[in-house]
Design a protein around this ligand. Structure first.
Ligand code: HEM
Length: 103
């Protein structure tokens, strides 16, 4: 995917994207006002810049692994369980971008 970030010479695009991803995750695990629809929209929007939809699942997994690496010894079994559940829940919206909510 790195080649697709050819415009991002300063890292600002990746930075803004990651900030939006964390905001969306916080909404997704909380009030879920917008995050599920945002993810579905971004799956469709990003296809236009060449990001295959299934990469979103990989990407969220990498975000989780990176948080785990950074936390080191502070990563708990509870966090592991919560992230595993989060990744499974996110997967529904990645694989169903047609805006139907999970029932
Ligand atoms: C929920 C997940 C995601 C969100 C909310 C999101 C959000 C965004 C936003 C807001 C931008 C524009 C940033 C700017 O122009 O300053 C952007 C650009 C971009 N995103 Fe994502 N993104 C997500 C997932 C992904 C994934 C999984 C990939 C592939 C690894 C990806 C690849 C890109 C690329 C290549 C661009 C730059 C396009 C360009 O040059 O205009 N994004 N994303």
């Amino acid at each position: 995917m790195e080649a697709l970030f050819w415009r991002d010479s300063t890292g600002a695009i990746k930075g803004e994207m990651l900030a939006k991803v964390f905001e969306a995750i916080l909404d997704f695990i909380g009030p879920r006002h917008y995050a599920s629809q945002l993810i579905q929209c971004e799956v469709v929007n990003h296809e236009q810049v060449g990001v295959p939809p299934d990469i979103f699942g990989t990407f969220f997994g990498v975000v989780g692994e990176t948080v785990k690496d950074i936390l080191g010894a502070d990563w708990t079994a509870e966090m592991e369980t919560a992230w595993t559940r989060l990744l499974a829940d996110l997967d529904y919206y990645v694989t169903h971008p047609e805006q139907m909510a999970k029932t």
